[in-house]
Design a protein around this ligand. Structure first.
Ligand code: KG4
Ligand code: ZN
Length: 345
């Protein structure tokens, strides 16, 4: 019988450890590597080294918070990919070593699947089948989640991920890294209709493209301000952020609406780091109300990278009957066969 599940997440620049006991989240610690800010992006080598230093102390703190000891752990789940290989290997190898020493089962978890099932960390959980929009720094995916084992990919980004677009535009505007939250904050005081940035029109029904939008912002800055961000008036900075945010959200929502009119769903779910965006959350709420669908958007602590979603997903995989040897490898990108491809008309 599995009572206490340990989750470990080290795919990028967050070290996270979580414990779920009898379906109740007892601890979800996240240690963010803020020092990457000054490099304008995550430096892989530094990320791996920081994970190494904090891994064991963080597991001990999570156990303490949950009132447990190592010997009480029944199942160990860790992110195997996609992500930075060096970073992944720290958490994965630690988890496998722990499983070996405690003689307890180990489950390698796909990070994106962690996000997809993060809605199950909420009190009010998604009901199958549900439409899931995954928006993170590395991925943008529109999926039909039929059950724990069947996920159909309707569409994905053909270039930049939504979060990546936020980060790149934030960098252009001098708002630091990662920039999604900063764009949202500036956008709050701006007029989202002041500048019309284009939304990509793709031939495939449910795919996304954000690279053209990013270039449109760059062209605007070059034309209006000779790319000298210092010369942009504060109010105009707010307007650019708001107009850009509107373009991303409109593009994301367009395909969600299309999917809802073409398929039957019981719920809709918005997950991943960009799911923290208030405008996107508000739009999802409106769509759910209009279409009388159950809406599940995880709390902010479960939108960004966290180990609670890894523990949750790992436990669900284990409960589905899957068992794993200790030879699981880390992988940098999303394997082709994780989701079933939807055959487009
Ligand atoms: O899922 P996540 O934490 O990490 C990955 O797996 O990539 O997502 C990180 C992304 C970053 O691109 C960050 O800028 C974006 O989520 N993000 C936001 C907001 N908060 C975080 N984007 C828009 N609005 C936000 N409030
Ligand atoms: Zn993520």
């Amino acid at each position: 019988m599995i009572k206490n599940v340990l989750g470990i997440e080290t795919s990028c620049d967050e070290t996270s450890v979580a414990i779920i006991s009898d379906g109740v989240l007892k601890s979800n610690l996240v240690s963010s590597q803020d020092f990457h800010n000054k490099y304008g992006g995550v430096v892989p080598e530094l990320s791996s080294r920081a994970h190494l230093q904090i891994m064991n102390p963080l597991v001990k703190s999570a156990l303490k918070e949950a009132g447990l000891e190592f010997k009480n752990i029944d199942l160990i789940c860790a992110t195997a990919g996609p992500g930075l290989i060096g970073a992944l290997l720290v958490g994965l190898t630690y988890a496998k070593g722990l499983a070996l020493s405690l003689n307890k089962p180990f489950v390698p978890v796909n990070h994106i699947e962690g996000h997809i099932f993060s809605g199950f960390l909420m009190k009010d959980k998604p009901e199958f089948p549900y439409l899931c929009l995954v928006v993170s720094g590395g991925h943008t995916l529109l999926l039909i989640v039929k059950n724990d084992l069947e996920i159909i990919k309707l569409g994905s980004t053909i270039d930049d991920a939504a979060g990546e677009a936020f980060d790149k535009v934030a960098k252009m505007l001098g708002l630091g890294y990662p920039g999604g939250k900063a764009i949202q904050e500036y956008a709050e005081n701006g007029d989202e209709n002041s500048i019309v940035f284009p939304i990509a029109q793709l031939k495939t029904e449910y795919d996304y493209s954000f690279s053209g939008l990013k270039t449109a912002v760059l062209r605007f800055l070059q034309k209006e301000y000779y790319q000298n961000i210092e010369s942009i008036p504060a109010n105009e900075l707010n307007n650019i952020a708001a107009s850009f945010q509107k373009a991303v959200v409109d593009a994301l929502i367009k395909n969600v609406k299309k999917a809802i009119s073409n398929f039957e769903f019981k719920s809709i779910s918005l997950v991943g780091g960009v799911a923290a965006n208030q405008k996107l959350r508000d739009e999802f709420k409106k769509i759910a109300e209009i279409n009388k669908l159950k809406l599940v958007i995880p709390d902010l602590q479960f939108c960004g990278d966290n180990a609670a979603m890894i523990a949750e997903r790992g436990f669900r995989i284990y409960q589905s009957g899957n068992r794993f040897e200790l030879n699981a490898n880390a992988y940098p990108s999303l394997p082709q066969d994780v989701f079933q491809e939807y055959s487009h008309r």
